[in-house]
Design a binder for this molecule. Structure first.
Ligand SMILES: [Fe+2]
Ligand SMILES: [Fe+2]
Length: 203
């Protein structure tokens, strides 16, 4: 019985690993220009969603968006993965230097989508029209744009909201932040305190 479960777990793990490799390959293939841009490098240094960075959030949104596209394709729903990758990678780059560009958090939330389109146009020689539209509408219903009017726009908008919540839990890999890490560090602190009390009483 146990070995059956183990076998099943191994199959699931293998499939998940293969799928993650496929997602990574698609992101690298369609997003190369953005990934290699100076803006993306800068994005690793700017905090986003409290405990993450613009770059890490962006990559998570892109990976989740591509995964949703695979599922949609299985359901015979046609989706433009190159446009989704480009738009997801660029959707929040307008937040770079946010304190210089925007006078308040409210303004940043409302206006960064338009700024992201400008940054994306600077990075890409040939910006797909669909990618532009996806970026413009990604904040809906919170921004000032209309609702997305393509499947791809809905995919990135949903993946963005899902990822924003996940970011708070996961945090930044490079800055070692997030709810999970904070709880772990807190537990270790308590453990250390208990051990030191035990050592003192043993003396
Ligand atoms: Fe955004
Ligand atoms: Fe975002």
């Amino acid at each position: 019985m146990n070995s059956n479960i183990e076998q099943l777990n191994n199959i699931i793990k293998e499939r998940r690993d293969n799928r993650n490799e496929r997602i990574k390959a698609d992101i690298e293939l369609y997003g190369r220009e953005v990934l290699e841009s100076e803006e993306m490098k800068q994005a690793y240094d700017q905090t986003h969603h409290l405990w993450s960075t613009v770059a890490e959030h962006t990559l998570r949104v892109t990976a989740s968006s591509v995964l949703i596209c695979y599922v949609l394709r299985k359901l015979h729903i046609n989706v433009n993965i190159p446009a989704v990758v480009i738009a997801a990678l660029c959707h929040d780059l307008g937040m770079l230097d946010r304190s210089e560009k925007f006078s308040s958090d409210k303004e940043a939330r409302r206006d960064h989508a338009e700024e992201s389109v400008k940054v994306a146009r600077e990075i890409l020689d040939d910006m797909p029209e669909m990618a532009e539209k996806i970026i413009e509408t990604h904040m809906w219903p919170m921004g000032k744009s209309d609702a997305p009017n393509t499947v791809e726009g809905v995919v990135v908008s949903v993946a963005d909201k899902y990822t924003a919540v996940k970011d708070l839990v996961k945090g930044s890999d490079s800055n070692d932040t997030g709810v999970n890490n904070t709880v772990r560090r807190y537990k270790e602190k308590v453990k250390d305190a208990v051990n030191s009390i035990r050592n003192d009483t043993d003396k």
